[in-house]
Design a protein around this ligand. Structure first.
Ligand SMILES: [Zn+2]
Ligand SMILES: [Zn+2]
Length: 121
């Protein structure tokens, strides 16, 4: 997955399809998506779902948060410890439980603009 490192570790199914389409064998987006989903199920990839845009897959499957740039859609991995040392997974589970809600995952996303985009204005 070396080619995917160029995406900063976060990529959409469409980006993978575009990279794979340079080969002679055409690959459908559905095939790529299903393969990526299977890798997520196996714990090989993470998954980042933002309100806007396509699901992004993540070469970092360990628990971490993201800084999401709204201009260039860059995603930066952050150690959740850097976000105040709060155990977001535990907080999320306990809040969910108080609503009788079965938690399946917690995403910590800090929205804003990256350094590059902020400087361009
Ligand atoms: Zn940006
Ligand atoms: Zn990530």
């Amino acid at each position: 997955m070396a080619a995917l490192d160029a995406t900063g570790g976060h990529f959409s199914a469409e980006e993978v399809r575009a990279m794979a389409s340079t080969s002679r064998v055409p690959i459908s987006l559905a095939t790529v998506y299903n393969t990526l989903k299977a890798l997520v199920e196996m714990g090989e990839l993470g998954e980042v779902r933002l309100a806007r845009g396509a699901t992004r897959f993540d070469t970092n499957s360990a628990p971490h948060g993201h800084l999401a740039c709204r201009s260039c859609e860059l995603l930066i991995d952050v150690d959740l410890g850097e976000l105040g040392g709060v155990d977001f997974a535990a907080v999320g589970r306990s809040v969910a439980a108080s609503h009788g809600f079965e938690a399946e995952g917690i995403d910590v996303v800090v929205r804003g603009r990256c350094d590059n985009c902020a400087r361009r204005q």
